[in-house]
Design a binder for this molecule. Structure first.
Ligand code: CU
Length: 161
């Protein structure tokens, strides 16, 4: 088969790009610990009061490990009455926090500024991600999935101190 110079050039360029994408995926997997989030469990979004999301909020496990239960709804994140509206979640520096998040109504997003946490919240599914907060500061949790009129005001705050 005869290939002209331009065809060879483009085939080489495409091959190198594919190689770079595969390499980036492998590096992300092995060195940055990036994984596709998978649903932890299924629940009935109409009956959250019968689940672990009945009392959302932060629970401290041993040492510097925490669990945070957050409910997304149109158009707010709920993390219990004592954390305010919109909620402010406080953790000490170095805390390792496992977030369990679900949606009460429609699809929402859960992205933590400056960290790799990025969950898609499907009603009826529990999404989970673990984040270590090594730097003090304030990080926004935003909904990054367009969910209606109040989407732009749907956020929460993480304060690492
Ligand atoms: Cu939204």
């Amino acid at each position: 088969m005869e290939l002209n110079k331009l065809e060879r050039y483009w085939l080489t360029a495409v091959g190198m790009m594919l190689g770079a994408f595969v390499a980036a995926t492998i590096v992300a997997l092995l060195f940055f610990g990036i994984r596709l989030p998978s649903p932890v469990d299924r629940i009935d979004p109409q009956r959250l009061e019968e689940t672990v999301f009945a009392n959302p909020g932060i629970r401290q496990l041993a040492g510097n490990r925490y669990e945070a239960y957050v409910v997304a709804k149109s158009w707010a994140f709920e993390a219990g009455p004592d954390l305010g509206t919109p909620p402010v979640l406080r953790f000490p520096r170095g805390a390792e926090v496992t977030f369990y998040v679900t949606s009460k109504d429609v699809m929402h997003g859960f992205q933590i500024e400056g960290h790799t946490a990025n969950l898609e919240l499907v009603p009826g599914q529990i999404a989970k991600t673990t984040v270590r907060f090594n730097r003090s500061g304030e990080y926004a949790i935003i909904c990054n999935h367009y969910c209606g009129a109040g989407h732009s005001v749907m956020y929460a705050t993480i304060r690492v101190e």
